[in-house]
Each structure stands twice: as C-alpha cells, then as structure tokens.
Design a protein. Structure first.
Length: 229
C-alpha cells in the first residue's frame, strides 16, 4: 500500500477492531491509531498487541483535531519516506474500508487533497444530518466561493506534499476539519471528491461524540471569522 490509515479514537467500541482487522487483511502494515484520552483502555490493549498498528496515546482528551495532528506528526517523523500520504478514517464504522481505499487511490493518482463524500438523500439519513450538511455546504460556498458536497466527512486523503500545511491548520476539535477545507481553498489547492456509502445507524449515533449545537456553532464561528481575513 502507498498510504497509511490514520484512525483518531475517543472511547471507541469493538467496531475499531473490526476496521483494523479488515485493514490488515487488505494489506496495510502501518496503521496509526490515536487514543485521544479514552476512559476504557481494554480495546487499546488489544490494538497495542497488533504488530501492524502504531498506537499513540493522549493522557487526556484533547479533541479530534489534536488526535489527527498527533498522527500526522508521527507520520512526518517516522513514515514519510516509506509512503505517499495518509487517509484518515473514523473509528465508529461510519466508513467502509473499501471506500477508504477508493479515497486513497484517488489521492495517490491525483496527488491532491481528497474527500470521501457521503450522499445525504437516502431514507436512512437522519433529517438533522441531512439539513446540517446541506446548510454547512451552502454557507461554505457563499463565504469561500467553493462548493463542497460533504464538509463534515472524516474520510480524507492527505498527500505528502500537503501534510505540513494540513498539520499547521488551526483547531483542536471538530473545527480543525473545517479550517483544513478553508486552507485548501485559500491556497488554491484542488479538492477531489469521491462518492462513498452513507452509513447511519443507532449504534453509530450512540458512540458519536459530535455535539450538534456546540460543535456546529464552533464550525460556523470559524467560517465567519476566517472570511473576514
């Protein structure tokens, strides 16, 4: 494989082990897993024993942005000479490994920042998710003159040439991901979009740590602040 999976985690369930198992079967050997200050270490004790995994542990919860940055920093320090990029994938089963591979392959072939884009028109997509994403995409387009179909996707490909820029984006939590998109647009970088499966279920929502009101407020606050620069 020409790229490395990066999985930020906070209190994951057994789906993390399923994802890792499938990644290993597919041929990935350096899987970066970041424990962002989780309470229960049982699953991470299993991850730590997997020779194909690199476990990074935060002593306390620092946020998804910081978990991604820790993984990127490790990659830049230890792995960049072996691979051509990173693909981030959520730990809750929201993304299929097959879709991660589609995103990774597109990133490698284009050498561009790449998003795995969910389609929000299916009957299984909760109304709040459908409306939230459409509104955020609309506001982003108005403010930054760029239409991105899925601004909140966690399935993202980062080629080596962009990693220092991505690492230096502002943000510690979910706002980091919107800053990442803004910086790509400001720097006139091409953003590739790959259609992926849209997976929503009660089990996934149970383990989601995205707070709709607070985190959405932080995301919109970032967008309106950045457009004034």
């Amino acid at each position: 494989m020409k790229y490395v999976p990066l999985i930020p985690c906070y209190n994951p369930n057994e789906k993390l082990l399923d994802i890792i198992s499938e990644l290993v079967k597919t041929g990935f050997k350096d899987i970066i897993v970041v424990d962002d200050g989780s309470n229960d270490k049982k699953i991470f004790n299993i991850v730590k024993k997997n020779k194909n995994c690199i476990l990074i542990t935060h002593d306390k919860n620092k946020g998804k942005g910081m978990a991604l940055k820790s993984g990127i920093n490790y990659y830049l320090d230890k792995l960049i000479n072996k691979y051509e990029g990173i693909v981030s994938i959520d730990c809750d089963g929201q993304h299929l490994v097959s879709d991660m591979i589609l995103v990774g392959n597109k990133m490698i072939s284009s050498n561009n920042f790449t998003l795995g884009v969910r389609m929000f028109d299916g009957k299984n997509v909760p109304i709040r998710n459908r409306l939230g994403n459409k509104i955020t995409s609309f506001v982003f387009k108005i403010l930054f003159k760029k239409h991105i179909k899925d601004t909140q996707t966690g399935l993202r490909g980062f080629p080596n040439r962009l990693l220092k820029l991505i690492k230096n984006c502002d943000g510690e939590r979910y706002e980091y991901e919107i800053n990442m998109l803004i910086d790509m647009v400001i720097n006139k970088e091409e953003i590739e979009e790959v259609k992926i499966e849209t997976i929503y279920n009660k089990e996934k929502n149970k383990y989601s740590y995205f707070k709709p009101f607070k985190d959405s407020y932080d995301i919109y606050k970032v967008m309106f602040r950045r457009v004034k620069r």
